[in-house]
Design a protein around this ligand. Sequence first.
Ligand code: ZN
Length: 141
Amino acid sequence: MRIYIDRLKEGQENIFNESVDCSEIFDAEEVGVLVIEPVEVSFKAYLAGHELIIEWQFIKARCLVNCTVCNDKFNFQIEIQEGRHIEPLSSIRGAVFNPSSLVRELILLDIPSYAECKEGDCPERETLKRYIEKESYGSTT
Ligand SMILES: [Zn+2]
């Protein structure tokens, strides 16, 4: 996932639309633990004055998320639609910009703090509900 700044200086746009291996975006200990399967990344990059503009078309990733109810890990689809990142050229060292850390950050930010397995129908939910009801009943007496 590389953006060659020199090529963009001629007024070109860099269209990127590929499946990127998890290991190119995430740390080794996160691959297979936090994220599985390749990440689909689509963006358009171009220069505007002294800034590199990255327009995300979409980012799709499969993450392993803990169910808030039963705490089991399950497969959660992250889908980020559109967005824009502006990077000043002065902060880019060399002629190549690799946006993988930006993609990682966007994915991590999109992981919900509350997630339930089986598409919101966690089999443990009924058990937990009974437990909570019993608890609150116990505290009032
Ligand atoms: Zn669950």
